[in-house]
Design a protein around this ligand. Structure first.
Ligand code: FES
Length: 141
């Protein structure tokens, strides 16, 4: 796993940092999802970390969603938060989700160096459900 640069985490609300660390140490929805009908894996090219997201859907609803892989605190916590957000949601909601939604739910300021970490799970989810064309490409636009 990649350690975060401590300088990226300065000026962070300690309570929100505790929430993120708890997601990292005890990730929700982590592991393989047998019988998944959508599975997609991608990496963060800037560090080589990998993430896979798997979904089970029924009648346009995400019945179950899990992730696995390795990464830094922010990428793993973001995946834990995102999978919590999406469980039970309409599949269409994946298309509606924005980078701002993701960053807002992470709850701490994310600097430019950590943006790809924070958005990796969202990128993998969108690419898995709708294909690469749905992702704008540059995470900082
Ligand atoms: Fe690799 Fe954050 S350093 S995903």
């Amino acid at each position: 796993m990649t350690a975060p640069n401590p300088n990226d985490l300065l000026d962070v609300d300690p309570l929100m940092m505790d929430v993120l660390l708890d997601h990292y140490k005890h990730p929700h929805n982590f592991g393989a999802l047998p019988g998944a009908d959508i599975v997609h894996a991608e990496g963060n090219p800037s560090c080589g970390d990998q993430m896979e997201i798997a979904l089970k859907t029924k009648d346009g609803t995400i019945e179950d969603i899990r992730f696995q892989g390795k990464g830094c605190i922010i990428s793993q916590a973001a995946a834990s938060i995102l999978t919590d957000m999406m469980k039970g949601e309409r599949l269409d909601r994946v298309r509606e989700l924005t980078k701002d939604d993701m960053l807002e739910n992470i709850g701490i300021p994310i600097g430019p160096m950590r943006l790809k970490c924070a958005l990796l799970a969202l990128k993998v989810l969108k690419a898995g459900v709708y294909g690469q064309a749905e992702w704008p490409g540059e995470e900082d636009d």
